[in-house]
Design a protein around this ligand. Structure first.
Ligand SMILES: Cc1cc2nc3c(=O)[nH]c(=O)nc-3n(C[C@H](O)[C@H](O)[C@H](O)COP(=O)(O)OP(=O)(O)OC[C@H]3O[C@@H](n4cnc5c(N)ncnc54)[C@H](O)[C@@H]3O)c2cc1C
Length: 140
């Protein structure tokens, strides 16, 4: 028996960490609520791009079954970099040829689309917006 099946779990904060955790817990049968202080999902710009690494962010998205949505929203080529001086002397070259099997190394995705992907993957009404966590008290 899955030990978290039907367990009720509260997560404070709907950032990439909380949303991904909620998705993975729901996939394993838990009842999850996320308490997020933002008033709603549109209230603020989410900020700049994130690069995701194979053994952390990408690993989590793979486990969450969200790689197709990720590939539809990431920024192809944004993980490639060259550093040159004014004479075009190359000091660092992290460019690489892409193909279907290896189309990125540390792919970049903007926080806004990433948040949308994760929110859309959750069961309806998982996020309780406009809820700022203040304190925690034990209940008997
Ligand atoms: C400049 C910068 C660049 C970065 N670049 C990268 C990168 O390229 N790649 C990468 O992997 N990581 C990067 N990071 C790190 C990345 O932003 C964090 O690892 C990630 O945002 C952590 O996610 P999180 O969900 O734990 O927290 P957060 O993203 O901080 O989300 C926390 C959420 O909790 C909510 N919240 C906070 N307090 C409360 C409360 N009391 N009650 C209710 N809700 C609350 C907030 O509104 C927010 O939605 C970068 C960070 C910075 C600052």
């Amino acid at each position: 028996m899955n030990p978290i099946h039907h367990k009720s779990i509260a997560i404070i904060g709907g950032g990439p960490g909380g949303l991904t955790l909620a998705r993975l817990l729901q996939m394993n049968g838990a009842n999850v609520k996320i308490y997020e202080r933002d008033v709603n999902r549109q209230v603020r710009v989410q900020g700049a791009t994130l690069d995701l690494h194979d053994d952390s962010g990408l690993k989590a998205l793979r486990a969450a079954g969200l790689m197709d949505a990720f590939k539809a929203n990431y920024r192809p080529g944004a993980d490639q970099m060259k550093v040159l001086d004014k004479n075009a002397t190359i000091y660092l070259d992290e460019s690489f040829a892409t193909n279907e099997e290896n189309d990125f190394s540390r792919p970049e995705i903007d926080r806004g689309p990433l948040r949308e992907i994760l929110l859309d993957s959750l069961q309806p009404d998982t996020v309780v917006w406009d809820s700022q966590f203040l304190s925690l008290q034990p209940v008997s």
